[in-house]
Design a protein around this ligand. Sequence first.
Ligand code: ADP
Length: 343
Amino acid sequence: MQEERENLAARLLEEVDCGTVYLDAGGKVLFVNRRAEEILHVERAKVLGKRVDMLPLRTPIYRVLSENAQDEPVEVSIDGSVIQVRSSALGAAEGELFQLRDISSDKKEKRQREEFVAMMTHDLKSPLTVIMGYMQALMGEMPSKMDPSLHLFVKEMDKSAVKMLSMIDDVLDAYRLEAGLLQIDRQPCDARALLEGCCRDGEQEAAVHGSYFLSEICDGIPTLDLDEKQITRVFANLIGNAVKFTPRRGTISVTGTIEGGCLLVRVSDTGIGIPESELPRIFNKYFRASGAQGFKGTGLGLTISKAIVEAHGGSIRVESSAGKGSCFSVLLPLAKERCIFKS
Ligand code: ADP
C-alpha cells in the first residue's frame, strides 16, 4: 500500500510542469523529473545517486543545486533562458527539494509591456506639452481679449492638463525606477524654503478643497544636499494625498523638526485612513488601498516618493488608522549618514 502510494507520488511528480530535483540530507541527487531534465539539459541516469559536489562544475545542474534559494527564489540564466529556482528543506534528517520554472517568456512579456507603457506615456507627453503651451498663451491674453465668463473654463482646463502631465510623469518615472534610470541630482538646498513653498501650495489646495491647513517648520534647518525638484515632488505628493483623502472640513498638518541628525517631516491628516491589513503594501507599485476607489490616482506616487527619499539616504514610513487619518513621516539626513526610523 505504502509502496503503491510512493509510486503514484513519483509518477505525478514526473508529470508536473515544474522542474523538480530532490537531494537527500547528504546532498545526493535522489530524484529528477522529466521537466528538470529539459530545463537543466541533463540525463537523470548520469546524475542520480551522485553528490552535488561530484557533479561537473559549471554545468546547469551543478549551478542550480549550489544556489541558496531557501529564503527567496533565485534567478539563474541557462543558455539564454531565465530559470527561477526555489528550494525548501524537508526537515533536518530529510533533504532539500528544488523547484525550477522557466520564466523567460513572463520576463520578456513584462519587459515588452513596460517598454510599451514607457513609449506611450512619452508620446502622450509631447501633444500635452503643446496644449499646455497654448493654454499659457491663452491665459496671458485672457484679461484683455477674452470674455470673463470663459476665464474659469480656461483655468480649469489648465489645471487638468497639469494634473495629467504629473500622472504621465509618474508612470514614466516608475518605469525609469524599474530600469534603474531614475536620476537624482543633489545640490546644496535651503530645505526650509523648499518646505515652506510646498506648504504654501498645500494651503491653497486645502482651501479649494474646503479643509484646514496647519504648518510648523522649525528654525535652524541647515543647507542640505537635495535634488530640489524630486524632494519637492515627494512632499507635494504627500500633501496632495492628505488633501485628496481628507473629506471637507478635515485638517492637514505639516511639521518640520530636527531629530537626531535628521530632518523629520510629518504630513498628517484627519482623513479616511488606511486599513491596517493594507499598510504593508502601501509603497508597492500601483497599489491603491480599498478606500481609494472613486479618488483619482495611479498608485505610483508613494512608490516613487520612497525611491527618491531612499536615494537621499533617508526613509519614509506611515502610521494610519482607517476612518481616523494618516501620518506619513520622512527622515532626511543632515549629513552623510543614513537616517532610518527606529520602530
Ligand atoms: P495615488 O494617490 O495616485 O493613488 P499613491 O502612491 O500616492 O497613489 O498612494 C497609494 C495609495 O495609498 C492611495 O491610492 C491610497 O489608497 C493610499 N494613501 C496614500 N496617502 C493617503 C492618505 N493620506 N490617506 C489615506 N490613504 C492614502
